[in-house]
Design a protein around this ligand. Structure first.
Ligand code: PLP
Length: 440
């Protein structure tokens, strides 16, 4: 497989997202093709995909069923609008997703990314309260160190300071509960034992703002992008019951956790806690075609549609909501997951994954290791006066050694495609050990 291509002379035109642009230009890392567990770099080297790209290529790269479905679809129906018209695959897909997700989450609003899914979910929550005569419930609650994409709504409820700092006042009244990352839980295997009571922080915000002003709480069941922060045992159940007590909607942002990452169709199912609204993206199409979705309870759907306008009930949507290519990709992706039993496979592989990642504990600068399903994080101590420097070094050193990792600050995250073999898991961590050993 020789995929050598000419590197473009000018790398300044593309303003890269969430990227150290200048540093990238000095040391570019280009992928030119991909198959199953590997990328091919522009110098022809195979790069083991340790992160399913951005936690999204769950079934592995360029899977024939998905590729062919998209190819067929583009020739048959390249596009059809979803405003006042429809096409069959969008309805079929919505039903399939509703079947896969926990009972009671029955209606699917399509978007094109996780960010749009989140903004849609937040708007649905606001519209729901208004439709039931509680239009004063406009406050949205996020969580510190949460990531909910880059839309204005998602940025506002997100809890990452750097993502918010440049953008002024944000939108809406928003507040944040505490994150779930406690020092006493270092090196926990799976969900940590301590910290269920952190959910009670929602009671503090209820006391401060009054429940009657709060529309919804949004959390990732397992926070991925901020460095794999796991929910303490019992935390999500407690959050659910506090929301119920105060009539606050609970939104699970499952952009990363749905579609097998934890060994179940959703984090909700894995943790046994059902939200009122769930957001999806990434693994929904195996990342082949962009797609996001907000999945809502029947009660929310009926309340909004029964009390909305006489014709259009909910004034929200995107030109590409339910795009035919995305629907074809998603249907083929869900078939692939099912046919290959990839969620059960993940659950079966998780103990070996846990065992292997925790062997990195004695490596230098390692201050914590976390794991769940096929997700892992190795946290390095920040270099004196240069937080993030060790993490950044890990990205390029790993790439040089043929491994793609994802880094948040000094936390190295791994989340391979769910087709990964045990040998590849070992290769991944052996490479990472070599990388960490090189970083002073
Ligand atoms: N929500 C969560 C939990 C995510 O992890 C992400 C992306 O990583 C998003 C939302 C945003 O998704 P997108 O980048 O597709 O807009």
């Amino acid at each position: 497989m020789d995929a050598r291509v000419t590197r473009p002379n000018d790398l300044s035109g593309f303003w890269m997202p969430y990227t150290a642009n200048k540093a990238f230009r000095e040391r570019p890392r280009m992928c030119v093709s991909a198959k199953d567990m590997h990328y091919v770099a522009d110098d022809g080297r195979l790069i083991l995909d340790g992160t399913a790209a951005l936690w999204c290529v769950n079934a592995g790269h360029a899977r024939p069923r998905i590729v062919e479905a998209v190819q067929r679809q583009v020739a048959e129906l390249d596009f059809a609008p979803s405003f006042q018209f429809g096409h069959p695959k969008a309805f079929t897909l919505a039903s399939r997703i509703a079947q896969m997700m926990p009972a009671g989450l029955d209606h699917v609003f399509f978007a094109n990314s996780g960010s749009e899914a989140v903004d849609s979910a937040l708007k649905i929550a606001l519209a729901y309260h208004r439709a039931r005569g509680e239009g004063q419930r406009v406050r949205l609650i996020g969580r510190e160190r949460g990531y909910h994409g880059s839309g204005f709504g998602g940025t506002a409820v997100g809890g990452i300071v750097k993502n918010r700092a440049a953008f002024g006042a944000q939108v809406h009244p928003v507040d944040h509960i505490r994150h779930t990352h406690l020092p006493e839980n270092r090196f926990s295997r799976g969900c940590p034992a301590h910290g269920a009571e952190l959910a009670d922080d929602l009671e503090r915000l209820v006391a401060l703002h009054d429940a009657s002003t709060i529309a919804a709480v949004i959390v990732e069941p397992m926070a991925g992008s901020t460095g794999v922060l796991l929910p303490p045992q019992g935390y999500l159940e407690r959050l659910r019951s506090i929301c119920d007590r105060h009539g606050i909607l609970l939104i699970f942002d499952e952009v990363i956790t749905a579609f097998g990452r934890l060994g179940a169709p959703s984090g909700a199912e894995f943790f046994g806690v059902t939200p009122d609204i769930m957001t999806l993206a990434k693994g929904i199409t195996n990342a082949t075609v962009p797609m996001g979705a907000a999945v809502v309870s029947d009660e929310i759907y009926r309340t909004v549609t029964d009390n909305g306008g006489p014709l259009i009930e909910f004034f929200h949507g995107y030109t590409y909501s339910g795009h035919p290519l995305a629907c074809a990709a998603a249907l083929a992706t869900l078939e692939t997951y099912e046919e290959e039993g990839l969620f059960a496979r993940t659950a079966a592989l998780a103990p070996a994954w846990e065992e292997r990642i925790h062997r990195l504990r004695e490596r230098r600068n390692v201050v914590d290791i976390r794991n769940l399903g096929l997700v892992g994080a190795v946290e390095l101590a920040p270099r004196e006066g240069a937080p993030g420097a060790r993490g950044y070094e890990a990205i390029w050193r790993a790439f040089d050694k043929g491994l793609m990792v994802r880094v948040t600050g000094d936390i190295i995250a791994l989340s391979p495609p769910l087709i990964v073999s045990e040998e590849q898991v070992d290769e991944m961590f052996s490479t990472l050990e070599a990388v960490i050993d090189e970083i002073d």
